[in-house]
Each structure stands twice: as structure tokens, then as C-alpha cells.
Design a binder for this molecule. Structure first.
Ligand code: FA5
Length: 366
């Protein structure tokens, strides 16, 4: 009994004298740790007769309680002293000139996404989003590409090894088109949205990267036709490139989720090795460049998304954001977009104060 009392007093004194959290932890291990003397003393209770236990237990229990309480109190005191000390040490010198602070910049892809949202908001479009980790149903099946559809092979899909609970394959979305399905299922018709975001395909060269960005557009309403699509894209590109002489060519194409489908080309010329949009692609010194795909939403897709194709029609488009950013701001290698090289970012990045607005111009540079 005296033994426990004196050991407890010694432990309490050591705890009171501890000047660091490490010293306190060493004391905790020596007393309450698995092999600490309090824990070992508690274990001896099991081997005692009931009378011996009744006599010995209270002293050990109270030693444990008082040591645990002292440890907690000392820990709290040491922690708050450490915080006080840190707060006193870490002062911010508000008199330092701002130029000394590291300077970041807004990535051209982020800037172009803001520009897109600004222009389309003016045309009455809301911004929608969807998950980058998609299931096979939203990315393909509901877009009229069943399991055996050959167009699936063209997307070079990154699949995950597991399936969803319902047995669907999980993948990184290969385009922003699944957001069409999610928006129609969520909000029904009418709809007017754009959906910018990251997409993934196993593909890499100067104009293709495994991760890139698309913007989806979807309009569903009554009596919508291809003329609305052409006007919308033309109006968008004129505002985006800030030129009136934009000429678009809608070239017949095929996408399983649109019928009819058209590829969107823009006329451009080359000045000093740099591509400059504007003019008719068939004019001398000009050519056409593909910017994305589009078309009237296939009736089967409307049905998959729970809409009656007799009542609702619409158009959709998908544009490569990185492509239009390169064209507008003059980069020639897409891979540099994602290298994170500070020199590239300093050259092509934007000031955070350069917010695209229709009044100040969506392409203004600080
Ligand atoms: C699609 O992805 C369709 N979902 C577009 C669409 C939407 C059609 C709605 C009809 C209706 P496509 O695979 O062609 O289509 O890609 C569209 C654009 O994304 C291309 O024109 C190109 O600008 C860009 N793109 C495609 N692959 C890459 C890549 N690896 N790197 C960078 N940009 C790419």
C-alpha cells in the first residue's frame, strides 16, 4: 500500500515537472502504458482472493485515476503553452510590399471556362455539372450506344476494375455528354444548359491529351430545329473570338446520340505561323478547322432520359475547350497545358483581376 502511495506521489511529481509533450508521454507509458506499473498492478488483481482484492483494488484504482487526471491536465497546459508560443512567434508583417508575395495566375482553361459561362449566361443558359467517375449507362447506353455499339471502341475508355452494385461498369467519363442525360432526368424539359468539365481518353500527341476539357450544350424545348443550333454556335463564337467575320461550316457527320449529326468547323487563316480564326474556310489562304460535334438530340436519347420525343425536341453540342483556348490565345502544343511549368503559366496565365465580362470584353487581358 505504502509502495503504491509513494510510487503515485513520485509519478505525480514527475508529471508536474514535465516540460514537454514527449516527457509527458514517457511518463504516461511508465505508468498507464501497457507495461506501466499501474497497468501491471491492475493485472495482479485477477490472481488475488476476493478478500485480498477488496483490500488492494481501491488503492490501485485511485492511483490510476489521479495519474490519468494529472496527465490530461498537464497535456492541456503544455498544448496551450505551445500554441501561445507559436502565435507569438508567427507574426505577419503587414508592412511588407505586396510585390514580394509569390504571384499566381489563372490557367487559360479556367479563364476560357469563365468566358464560356459568361457568354452562355447572356443567352439564357445555366451551368450544369456531372461526375467525372461515371457509369457505363450514363456515358454510353443512355446515349444510344449499347454494349456492342462500335462507337464505344472509338472513345479509348479508362475503365475501373470494379462494377457498381447494379453490375454496371465504372469508368472515367469520355465526354461531357452524360451530363445531358443527368440534366434531363433531374429537371425534365424545357432545358437550356452548358456543362463544362474534364473528360478522359487514352490518347496523347500535340493535339490530344489523356485528360482534356469539353463543354456540352443542351437545349430542349418545343419546335427546336437545326437553325437554332447554328445561330447559337455562331453567336457564341463571335462573342468568344470577338470578331464578326466568323464563318461556321456544319459538316454532316455521325454521333449515335444525335440525328442528324454535324461536325462544327470554323474558317481560319495562318498569319506568321499562327492560326487566326475568321473568314470563309474555302477562301484563298484559308482552311477549315474542326472544333466539336453537334446535332439534334436523338429521339431514343430523349426516351432514355424520360422525355416524350413527340412533345420535346432539342439540339446538343460538344466542343473541345482546350482546342478553342489554343486557337484564341495562340498556344500550339496541348501537352504544355498540363505540365505545370511556371514559365508557361506566367506567359499564358491570366490575372485573377481579369474577370471576363460582356461589357469589358471576354478576352480582355490585364
Ligand atoms: C464527342 O465527344 C461528342 N460527345 C460531342 C457531341 C456532343 C456531339 C453533343 C454531338 C452532340 P468528339 O469525340 O468528336 O465528340 O470530341 C469533341 C471534341 O473534343 C473534338 O472536336 C475535339 O475538339 C475535342 N477532343 C477530342 N479528343 C481530344 C483529346 N484527346 N484531346 C483534346 N481534345 C480532344
Amino acid at each position: 500500500m505504502t509502495d503504491i502511495t509513494s510510487q503515485t506521489e513520485a509519478a505525480l511529481a514527475a508529471i508536474a515537472a514535465a516540460t514537454s509533450l514527449d516527457a509527458l508521454e514517457a511518463e504516461r507509458l511508465e505508468t498507464l502504458g501497457k507495461k506501466g506499473w499501474v497497468s501491471l498492478a491492475l493485472k495482479t488483481l485477477g490472481g488475488m482472493s476476493p478478500e485480498e482484492r477488496t483490500a488492494a483494488a481501491p488503492a490501485i484504482q485511485s492511483a490510476r485515476a489521479s495519474i490519468a487526471e494529472a496527465l490530461d491536465a498537464k497535456k492541456a497546459a503544455l498544448e496551450s503553452a505551445a500554441l501561445e508560443e507559436q502565435l507569438a512567434r508567427e507574426t505577419v508583417d503587414l508592412t511588407l510590399p505586396a510585390a514580394a508575395a509569390p504571384k499566381g495566375s489563372v490557367h487559360p482553361v479556367s479563364q476560357v471556362m469563365d468566358e464560356l459561362a459568361e457568354i452562355f449566361a447572356d443567352l439564357g443558359f445555366a451551368v450544369a455539372t456531372g461526375p467525372e467517375i461515371e457509369d457505363d449507362w450514363h456515358n454510353f447506353t443512355a446515349l444510344n450506344m449499347d454494349e456492342t455499339h462500335p462507337a464505344r471502341a472509338m472513345h479509348d475508355t479508362f475503365y475501373f476494375p470494379d462494377k457498381t452494385g447494379e453490375g454496371k461498369d465504372i469508368l472515367l467519363r469520355t465526354h461531357t455528354s452524360p451530363v445531358q442525360i443527368r440534366s434531363m432526368l433531374d429537371q425534365g424539359a424545357p432545358i437550356r444548359i452548358i456543362a463544362p468539365g474534364r473528360v478522359y481518353r487514352s490518347d496523347s500527341d500535340a493535339t490530344h491529351t489523356p485528360m482534356f476539357h469539353q463543354v456540352e450544350g443542351l437545349v430542349i424545348d418545343r419546335d427546336i430545329h437545326l437553325g437554332h443550333l447554328k445561330w447559337t454556335l455562331e453567336t457564341f463564337f463571335k462573342a468568344f473570338f470577338e470578331r464578326e467575320d466568323i464563318v461556321l461550316r456544319l459538316r454532316p457527320s455521325y454521333f449515335p446520340f444525335t440525328e442528324p449529326s454535324v461536325e462544327v468547323d470554323v474558317g481560319y487563316s495562318t498569319e506568321g505561323g499562327r492560326r487566326v480564326v475568321g473568314g470563309h474556310g474555302d477562301a484563298p489562304g484559308h482552311a477549315w478547322m474542326e472544333l466539336g460535334g453537334s446535332g439534334m438530340v436523338n429521339a431514343r436519347v430523349l426516351e432514355f432520359a424520360g422525355l416524350d420525343p413527340k412533345e420535346w425536341q432539342g439540339f446538343a453540342f460538344g466542343l473541345g475547350i482546350d482546342r478553342i483556348a489554343m486557337l484564341k490565345y495562340g498556344m500550339n502544343d496541348l501537352r504544355a497545358f498540363f505540365d505545370g511549368d511556371p514559365r508557361w503559366l506566367a506567359h499564358y496565365g491570366f490575372s485573377p483581376f481579369d474577370q471576363p465580362t460582356l461589357s469589358a470584353g471576354v478576352g480582355a487581358r490585364a
